[in-house]
Design a binder for this molecule. Structure first.
Ligand code: ATP
Ligand code: MG
Length: 329
């Protein structure tokens, strides 16, 4: 273990090799009126770990993140950030978090660099150190070349990246990102994913919510699947997909009665699950090759089968299996 205790900058720069949890949530609950938005949620994030919260709309992801970041009070349960209790008045715990909300909060008539210097001053970072820190975070999000342009000239994706840079300015131990790539162009999306990977290598903990399972598979050391306020599964992406055993995933598009087709498919002995989504029917089977003829025959009895594809199990399949819903509508 290599923990600095006496160097002059140890207080402001947390050593990346420090061990332990940067976040520990225990039995978090929060309701809004009759809606139990978050129900008995517990999880931990280690230093250097990227943790993904996956769930459909309304699952409770933003409510969890808001309590973790001290923006919203929990009804019960506790949040420890780097060992310090978080609540809406907890300045020390908040200083350890970089919270990047989905909405962009920047000054459009200032340049990117001026925005960052302003936020650095709010954290009372001295001028000289602020300059070098601003240069670092601009580099992390890939905006160095646009730093002298006014933010109103940025694309949506660049604003999102600058928002992340703001969240990093005070060197948090834990970065909290709420769906950072929604509505972002591919170039900015790549830049954001690359930044998260780099920060994680440097020892930062990251809490990441997304609807995009391919992002979770690329970035996250562990993921939790959330539905109706609860964490219903947690593990490394590969562990979760392995839990499905040898399940394979047949996707059919059917012109006809999907509801009856799904009911008939569920009755087949070689089928472990079937769900209708807007444009397709998803069928889980232990072995696609042997099940396929029967699956097609049963579906064709309810209409015209337009296409058939077979996929290896992935997080999307796990999600569908556990919740009966797709991650993305
Ligand atoms: N301020 C609020 N007042 C009332 N209900 C709320 C409030 N915030 C959230 N909710 C409800 O709590 C539940 C969880 O919402 P939350 O925003 O946490 O979901 P989410 O997983 O972030 O969804 P999305 O993927 O759409 O962002 C939903 O039923 C939502 O309507
Ligand atoms: Mg949300």
């Amino acid at each position: 273990m290599n923990v600095e205790t006496s160097s002059t900058h140890a207080a402001e720069v947390a050593p990346p090799t420090a061990v332990g949890d940067v976040l520990r949530c225990t039995d978090l609950r929060r309701s809004f009126g009759a809606v139990q938005a978050v129900d008995a949620v517990s999880f931990r994030i280690h230093a250097g770990e990227t943790y993904g919260l996956l769930g459909p709309n309304g699952a409770g992801k933003t409510t969890v993140i808001s309590m973790v970041s001290g923006v919203l009070e929990a009804d019960s349960g506790s949040v420890l950030v780097d060992g310090v209790e978080m609540h809406p008045g907890a300045l020390t715990a908040k200083a350890a978090i970089g919270y990047v909300p989905q909405d962009v909060a920047l000054y459009p008539d200032l340049t990117g660099r001026e925005n960052l210097l302003f936020f650095a001053s709010l954290y009372r970072i001295g001028r000289r150190r602020a300059r070098s820190r601003v240069a670092e975070v601009l580099d992390i999000v890939g905006l160095t070349e646009r730093a002298s342009d006014r933010v109103e000239t940025y694309s949506g994706g660049m604003k999102r990246r600058l928002n992340i840079a703001v969240g990093l300015i005070h060197r948090p131990r834990l970065l909290v990102l709420d769906e950072p790539t929604v509505g972002v162009d591919p170039q900015s999306r790549n830049a954001i994913l690359g930044s998260v990977e780099r920060l994680s290598t440097e020892g930062m903990g990251v809490l990441y919510t997304t609807h995009y399972m391919e992002e979770a598979e690329r970035l996250c050391d562990r993921v939790a699947i959330m539905d109706l306020g609860r964490l219903i599964a947690e593990g490394r992406p590969r562990q979760l997909t392995a839990r499905l055993g040898d399940s394979e995933h047949i996707r059919l598009t059917l012109e006809g009665d999907s509801t009856r087709a799904v009911a008939a498919l569920r009755d087949l002995p070689r089928v472990t699950g079937a769900t209708a989504t807007d444009d397709a029917i998803d069928v889980l089977v232990p072995d696609a090759e042997s099940a396929l003829p029967q699956v097609i025959q049963v579906a064709a009895a309810q209409g015209t089968v337009r296409s058939v594809s077979v996929d290896e199990p992935d997080l999307e399949t796990v999600f569908l299996r556990l919740t009966g819903k797709r991650l993305r509508d």
